[in-house]
Design a protein around this ligand. Structure first.
Ligand code: MN
Length: 221
């Protein structure tokens, strides 16, 4: 009997020492990258993507899990974003939840061999809204270049169903403004600095010419 008790104590202490003490699994997992880390070369290097996905995005997910665990928050990522966006005391929760959402959306906004003109109904809408694809491109690049500080450039469908290009600061996202995002470009420096340094304009241009995933944007329409 004593032997058996000692065995149970040993097994439980091993279990605790491997970090299983009172821990439920994290609520959110890092979403898989839809391509290999070198798949966007030469436009975005494997080094940039390794840091951006493996360190920055992973970091937002880890911090989010820690914060919602501490605060006892539950719900889908979208629910947590909406809830925390209206509560200044949950600002750090909002920042990390929104950054998780934004990055997952950004990875899907690009694909190897992407870029160029959209087709079908999306091209029709872009032409109707901006005059031509080139006019759209000009405004998108200008919004990305002029946005002060860190943020995101989005193509969104607004409440009245019109298309708009908007720049958001930090973790801000269309979801909380009642707009439907179609695609996004990350213009935080960590997204491009290793490859383009201060040439943000070149990076946004390359995003449209060689990376943007119009199939994804069309599906979101
Ligand atoms: Mn980023």
């Amino acid at each position: 009997m004593k032997k058996r008790l000692a065995y149970i104590v040993l097994i439980s202490s091993l279990w605790l020492s491997t970090g299983h003490a009172d821990e439920s699994p994290p609520q959110f997992a890092l979403s898989p990258l839809p391509y290999e880390k070198n798949a966007l070369e030469p436009y975005i290097s494997e080094t940039t993507l390794s840091f951006h996905y493996g360190k920055h995005h992973q970091g937002y997910v880890d911090t989010l899990n820690k914060l919602i665990d501490e605060k006892g928050l539950k719900g889908s990522l979208e629910e947590i974003i909406m809830k925390s966006s209206r509560n200044p005391e949950l600002k750090t929760v909002f920042n990390n939840a929104a950054q998780d959402w934004n990055h997952t959306f950004y990875w899907s906004s690009m694909k190897p061999g992407g870029g160029g003109n959209p087709t079908g109904p999306l091209l029709d809408l872009i032409t109707k809204t901006f005059g031509s694809y080139d006019d759209f491109k000009k405004e998108f690049i200008e919004t990305g270049t002029k946005l002060f500080g860190s943020g995101w450039v989005w193509l969104v469908k607004d409440k009245d169903n019109s298309l708009k290009i908007i720049g958001t600061n930090n973790a801000d996202l269309p979801l909380i403004h009642g707009q439907k995002p179609l695609l996004v470009c990350d213009i935080w420096e960590h997204a491009y600095y290793l490859d383009y340094q201060n040439r943000r304009k070149d990076y946004v241009e390359v995003f449209l010419d060689h990376l943007v995933n119009w199939d994804f944007a069309s599906q979101n329409l």
